[in-house]
Write a protein that binds this ligand. Structure first.
Ligand SMILES: [Zn+2]
Length: 140
């Protein structure tokens, strides 16, 4: 899951697309009793600017499954999320903390951004259905 910027520049290609499947680490799901089922599909469109900055539009696509956060029944939900990212060459800029990523000017490793995007894309809860009202305490 790398973008070989120097090689692409050398061959005159300043934009393109990379796709790959990613097996996320166990702890990348923040919702209790839930996890990511199978691999995460990652799709990145990139554009390399003249000054070495690289714009990446990253889309992650995966299946969340586990127990409903309200009623504990089985629940699954398909998540698709797109994030616009900016990679700058390390050493450029004033070192201000911001939300961009840095790389060495040659190759971008997308792993950190993929992990971040998976975390950002998650809902706070996983529900078995819209409007789940929780455990039925009347016990009919
Ligand atoms: Zn439920």
């Amino acid at each position: 899951m790398e973008i070989d910027v120097s090689k692409l520049c050398a061959s005159g290609k300043c934009e393109g697309e990379v796709r790959f499947g990613y097996n996320p680490p166990e702890d990348c799901c923040l919702i209790p009793l839930c996890g990511i089922e199978g691999a995460v599909n990652v799709n990145c469109d990139y554009f390399i600017c003249d000054d070495g900055k690289v714009e990446v539009r990253m889309t992650v696509d995966y299946l969340l499954s586990g127990q409903c956060s309200y009623c504990l029944k089985d629940a699954r939900r398909h998540i698709t999320y797109t994030a616009d990212l900016l990679y700058d060459v390390r050493g450029h800029g004033g070192g201000e903390e911001d939300d961009r990523y840095y790389y060495d000017g040659r190759k971008i490793n997308l792993k950190t951004a993929v992990d971040d995007t998976i975390l950002i894309s998650q809902p706070n809860v996983l529900l078995c259905k819209d409007g789940c009202e929780g455990i039925d305490v009347t016990n009919k």
